[in-house]
Design a protein around this ligand. Structure first.
Ligand code: PLP
Length: 409
């Protein structure tokens, strides 16, 4: 169902925080790429789980523990289904995108990488998809190589194909850039890598909330995302990995849950997915994340994509009237993220003044310092939309931005 004004109003009523005021002004929240707000159904799920399902899972024979285990493992099934995973064992619960990438950088690095090997990332990666690979490269004396991007923020696919070689052990690339909004052609990039038998990890942190993702259709070897960016709670995230890869990798952390048998002489490890889930899992977070995915599934991904596209195009059209504005990232395939600078004005000053008008935007390097260096800018202002944002909010934002620019010029 298309998202019309009435439907959006109903959706907004599901998000209590949108009724907050900031410095006496109604909150306009355009920082959704950093984190999204939570619908009441997710908040209720958390409260319900603590009130009715709280017991440590897997190990208990008692009723409550079994109920909690069912909820947690049921959430795993729902999440597998949401991203089109073939098997529930391929869904590993982590703390978020960052931990998922660190897990693969460690375990894949331990098992399958040697001195002189290469990891290939792109110039538009978030620090979370740079630093873990740098750490691996330092540990194993490997080389981190970088796919350049074009001026409009699209990946240079010719350069990419040339960078893949016999030493490349893995490609790690973002599905959607958190700065440029570029939707990368990951299906095509995966095909190119697979022709050389190189696996690909896709950072889906900014994709899962905005586009339909089917990991099997993409043929991704690893796909990672965070719950808090997709209307779920903080502290929970997902690592999807093809069973054939995950089975080859050693555990990332040791502790309870991930073992089969422990003695002081030797420990054997549990099977998938538990091998990678040491310690008490966030069984409340998992059920709340599944609820968030159910909530957006009910709205419908097609409707979300169409509406956010409309919002983004509307904002770009109005913002284009501002003299001196420069959009950073003008790829043909773009998500609901707009980064910009205005000649002679520091992004931070714009962000500060917009905040005083009740408008939450993000300013700075957006955890992508190498991208800023590449673009030769110190930072940008970034607005990022969710399906609960409205054209009316964009009107208010653009009027405020015009005022702010006039003041600071
Ligand atoms: N990757 C991308 C593209 C992101 O935008 C972010 C967060 O902004 C991350 C990774 C890190 O996510 P988290 O901090 O939830 O682990």
């Amino acid at each position: 169902m298309q998202l019309n004004e009435e439907r959006i109003q109903n959706i907004r009523d599901d998000f209590p925080i949108l009724k907050e005021t900031v410095y006496g002004k109604p909150l306009i929240y355009f920082d959704n790429a950093a984190t999204t707000h939570k619908p009441v159904s997710v908040l209720h799920k958390i409260e319900f789980a603590y009130n009715h399902l709280n017991a440590n899972i897997h190990r208990g024979t008692h009723y409550l523990s079994q109920k909690a285990t069912e909820a947690h493992e049921g959430a795993r099934n729902d999440i597998a289904q949401f991203i089109g995973a073939g098997k529930r064992e391929e869904i590993i619960f982590t703390r978020g995108t960052t931990e998922s990438i660190n897990l693969i950088a460690f375990s894949y690095g331990e098992a399958l990488c040697d001195e002189g090997d290469e990891i290939l990332i792109s110039a538009m990666e978030h620090h979370s998809n740079i630093v873990p690979w740098q750490m691996l490269c330092e540990r194993k004396k490997m080389r981190l190589r970088v796919i350049p991007i074009h001026k409009n923020g699209e990946i240079d696919l010719d350069a990419y194909a040339k960078l893949l070689n016999d030493k490349t052990k893995l490609v790690a690339v973002t599905h959607v850039s958190n700065v440029l909004g570029t939707i990368n052609p990951v299906r095509q990039m995966i095909d190119t890598a697979h022709r050389k038998n190189i696996p690909v990890l896709v950072d889906g942190a900014q994709a899962i909330p905005h586009i339909a993702v089917d990991v099997q259709a993409l043929d991704a070897d690893f796909y990672v995302f965070s719950g808090h960016k997709v209307y779920g709670p903080t502290g929970i995230g997902i690592l999807y990995g093809k069973e054939q890869w995950l089975n080859q990798l050693p555990p990332y952390q040791g502790g309870g849950e991930m073992i089969e048998k422990v003695s002081f002489e030797k420990t054997t490890y549990n099977e998938l997915p538990f091998k990678f889930e040491a310690g008490t899992p966030d069984y409340i977070g998992s059920t709340a994340l599944a609820e968030a995915l159910r909530y957006i599934g009910e709205i419908g991904m097609d409707a979300i994509v169409a509406y956010e596209h409309e919002l983004t195009a509307y904002a770009i059209e109005l913002m284009s009237e501002i003299s001196g504005i420069q959009f950073i990232g003008t790829a043909h395939q773009k998500s609901a993220i707009i980064s910009f600078t205005v000649n002679g004005i520091h992004p931070y000053d714009m962000g500060m003044l917009l905040d005083k008008l009740g408008i939450a935007v993000r300013t700075g390097h957006h955890c992508a310092q190498p991208l800023m260096d590449f673009l030769e800018i110190p930072g940008t202002v970034r607005v990022s939309f969710a399906f609960y944002n409205t054209k009316k909010e964009i009107d208010i934002f653009v009027a405020a931005l015009k005022k702010v620019v006039a003041m600071l010029s």
